[in-house]
Design a binder for this molecule. Structure first.
Ligand code: UDP
Length: 258
């Protein structure tokens, strides 16, 4: 598919125009950033894994009726998606305390929350994506009440589905971030990505981190963590272990002289 001009470049993805009306191409980069862009690196292969994992999750969500922007993956790094106007809000869903929840409120990391907690953050890098309340969203008209209620409901459904999906492969879904947008038909749908860049994923038994915290906290090889997630979801092509082939020693061939 022929890529059109670059429409937008973010920290981890680029959006290009596509030849099809109302569709765009979402390209996954290898760039990793953390702490509001203060820590940066290029991690070979991260974009490929996120493209594949996000495709898998969004197509599964689609099958259970959670509308989203994914049309199809078109190559190792790109997806064809519906064009949306992204709302300026990040929706965070938490099942277990980690990250900013612990830092800001002094809750011990790993505390299981009695029920899923939804938080809203304003997408604004200059302000460091501050947490906002439902009242802020309505007061400043970032979303109207019915859209906010619809999205909050979708966040809970996404959480239920993802918790089950990951629990089935021995992974705890600690928390995640999602973004929503409006299509040209005024439909409100899930957009962006859902991947180990945007979720906290812990091994059920060892609580080993399999997500972007590996990069944030220098815990080791990020790609190995993301590959482990893909392998458990059965979407990583595993190379068969090839046994070395042993050839018999060639026999000496005597050529008769004429
Ligand atoms: N998250 C994200 N993008 C952001 C902020 C958070 O994908 O800009 C994800 C993050 O990976 C985690 C969840 O949202 O899975 C909650 O993040 P938190 O508020 O704890 O922020 P952090 O401490 O990670 O900055």
């Amino acid at each position: 598919m022929k890529k059109g001009k670059k429409l937008y470049e973010g920290k981890a993805k680029i959006i290009y125009a596509s030849p099809q009306k109302n569709l765009v191409i979402q390209h996954f980069k290898d760039d990793a950033t953390a702490f509001n862009n203060q820590k940066k690196a290029k991690i070979d292969g991260k974009g490929i894994l996120n493209n594949r994992i996000s495709e898998y999750i969004l197509s599964n969500l689609n099958q259970v009726g959670i509308k989203n922007h994914l049309i199809k993956r078109i190559n190792m790094r790109e997806q064809l998606v519906k064009a949306v106007n992204i709302f300026p809000i990040e929706f965070i869903v938490r099942n277990i305390a980690a990250g900013s929840l612990c830092k800001n409120l002094g809750i011990e990391e790993g505390t299981t929350l009695e029920r899923p907690l939804i938080e809203y953050c304003l997408k604004n890098d200059d302000l460091g994506d501050p947490m906002i309340s439902r009242e802020h969203i309505l007061t400043f008209n970032w979303l109207n009440e019915s859209t906010l209620d619809l999205i909050t409901g979708e966040c809970k459904r996404i959480n239920d589905f993802l918790q089950g999906l990951f629990r089935g492969v021995g992974i705890k879904l600690v928390d995640f971030k999602v973004e929503f947008g409006k299509t040209s038909n005024d439909e409100v749908i899930l957009a962006d990505e859902i991947s180990p860049d945007t979720c906290r994923l812990w091994d059920e038994k060892t609580e080993k981190k399999l997500d972007k915290d590996i990069f944030r906290k220098d815990l080791g090889n990020l790609i190995e963590g993301y590959q482990e997630v893909a392998r458990r979801l059965n979407i990583l092509h595993q190379q068969p272990v090839l046994k070395p082939i042993s050839f018999p020693k060639p026999k000496e061939v005597k050529i008769k002289k004429k």
